[in-house]
Ligand binder design. Sequence first.
Ligand code: NDP
Length: 324
Amino acid sequence: MQALILEQQDGKTQASVQSITDDQLPQGDVMVDIQWSSLNYKDALAITGKGKIIRSFPMVPGIDFAGIVHSSEDPRFHAGQQVVLTGWGVGENHWGGLAQRARVRGEWLVAQPEGLSSRQAMIIGTAGFTAMLCVMALEDAGIRPQDGEIVVTGASGGVGSAAVAILHKLGYQVVAVSGRESTHDYLRQLGANRILGREEFAETRPLEKQLWAGAVDTVGDKVLAKVLAQMNYGGCVAACGLAGGFALPTTVMPFILRNVRLQGVDSVMAPAALRVRAWKRLVQDLPSSFYTQSATEITLAQAPEYAARIMNNQTQGRTLVKIA
Ligand code: NDP
């Protein structure tokens, strides 16, 4: 079978498609024939070596995949069943989805949600799943469409695109923040009501004019600091990303004077029940136009090239990898 293999040479990460055999796959109780995987920001960090994602080499990257169970020792899964995997350190410390086959632990899998094809499941992928978790976090904080605008940062990326599309479908007024003018038509098609430039989110005072009922932040650093300073009284920010950096140059003022909530969102270790709930919501609340608007389909051999493009902020939406 073919797999993208990451190796280290002179401290640098090298990526190449190689032939491997089943017995090279790591331990696990379910073997999956992979049909689709995708490239997320974390995959791009891993494949280019720009982030310390992988700690032991050789490694097959790919933090998500959708496919068919080949064989299973886990009673919850049977041969022929369609399954989806996101997170759990797969593609980081356990060989991942950018290969024709993976052997994983049954508890990491979810049955493919009814109403989705495996291709659609990977157009959603980790990014879309995380966007749904962010929207659910805003709902849990009591933020409703009538409360005001929701700002989405890194809006043209995988998480951002899905967040814009879901929030629009749910009736929220969505303001997209993007660093590129070239994304504006795309963002409007996804449902953004207004678009702001990233440069407007550079400098921040501890408190600014209140603008946002809620926020989905995929960027971190100064952009998140600005968003926090502009939150309405009682607003909530769902923060899931660091595309602009992992720092957070803020003050306590939004929290102690405006009752703002900063809700962290993690998809990797999300518990099974939450996963099932989020996937059901995706089937229901992600418009079907998202699959055509946001997906760029590539081959396994193109993965290194597209990983570099993601790191250079030259892609938009989701990068889908056709495996079978
Ligand atoms: P993408 O690369 O698809 O999107 C990131 C977007 O961020 C870009 O499209 C760009 O949007 C914006 N951006 C890029 N570089 C910068 C920069 N230097 N400063 C400010 N904005 C920038 O990534 P994903 O959507 O897959 O992931 C987004 C973030 O969310 C990543 O940090 C990722 O690690 C994180 N993430 C976290 C998860 C979790 O479980 N917590 C799960 C999935 C993702 P534009 O051009 O429109 O400005």
